[in-house]
Write a new protein. Structure first.
Length: 262
């Protein structure tokens, strides 16, 4: 992947630089880094609370299973090792889940690019885990059930009026409607996803033209399950929520400049 990806926007009036390794954005010629969409929606804490409960639950289950299987006295050093395993288990499971989601996401992106370029779709390896195959097959079943055209993939957007930038997965035409689409690897659709897509749509429409709506395409992190959720009807409320979060984010940046960190 290149160190910098540059996109010409607003009929060449703006050149947006994207730095994939740090996932940061900057308008060419400007000194300040732009506020990213994901840094704004990251202020919503609900998914983080779920992740914390999930991690605690994994440790709890691991320790209980160990104690249930153990008879007699427990050696102190052995117990310390088991506790260490329990506390680190979430990092292992998270990595495994990320691999599932990443593989499905990568296939969907490669498939979309192939359709746009008129080249053969990517091959599906025989050695892929069942969860990954579930997600890919769900994606292909959805594609075959609808009249889908991929218009753009990995699209950079920038709002000149509100000074934020982001990257969404695909612009598609489905059954005659133009829809901004983002692919998510998660076990549920969380509120911050609505705000994120609303931000992308608002920036895209500011530069280009109005679209008909927004879709979340979700791949289950654990089982590769497939879900499509149309969130078009909530766009007005979602974009208002994002703009409120953006004000909070910008104010926090101001305070961090002038206030000493404790």
């Amino acid at each position: 992947m290149p160190k910098i990806i540059t996109k010409s926007l607003y009929n060449g009036a703006v050149k947006l630089n994207f730095y994939p390794s740090s996932h940061r954005y900057k308008v060419e010629g400007e000194k300040e880094w732009l506020t990213s969409v994901t840094s704004v929606t990251g202020l919503v804490g609900f998914p983080k609370e779920i992740a914390m409960k999930w991690a605690i639950g994994l440790a709890d289950t691991h320790l209980k299973e160990y104690l249930n299987d153990r008879e007699g006295l427990i050696d102190k050093s052995e117990l310390q090792n088991v506790i260490a395993e329990a506390l680190s288990l979430y990092t292992v499971r998270r990595a495994e889940a990320a691999d599932v989601g990443t593989l499905i996401h990568s296939y969907a992106e490669a498939f979309a690019r192939a359709k746009m370029e008129g080249t053969p779709p990517p091959l599906i390896g025989d050695d892929l885990p069942e969860q990954v195959l579930n997600g890919i097959n769900g994606f292909l079943d959805w594609y075959n059930a609808h009249n889908v055209k991929f218009l753009d993939v990995e699209r950079l957007v920038y709002s000149r009026s509100m000074n934020y930038a982001g990257l969404f997965d695909a612009l598609i035409e489905i059954d005659g409607k133009q829809m901004l689409t983002d692919w998510k690897s998660s076990n549920a659709v969380y509120p911050e996803m609505n705000f994120q897509l609303a931000a992308y749509r608002s920036a895209y429409e500011e530069e280009m033209s109005a679209v008909n709506g927004s879709l979340i395409i979700r791949f289950g992190k654990d089982d590769g399950s497939f879900e499509v959720k149309d969130i078009s009807d909530s766009y007005f409320f979602d974009v208002m929520a994002f703009q409120g979060l953006l004000k909070v984010k910008n104010r926090l940046k101001e305070l961090n400049r002038v206030c000493p960190k404790l």
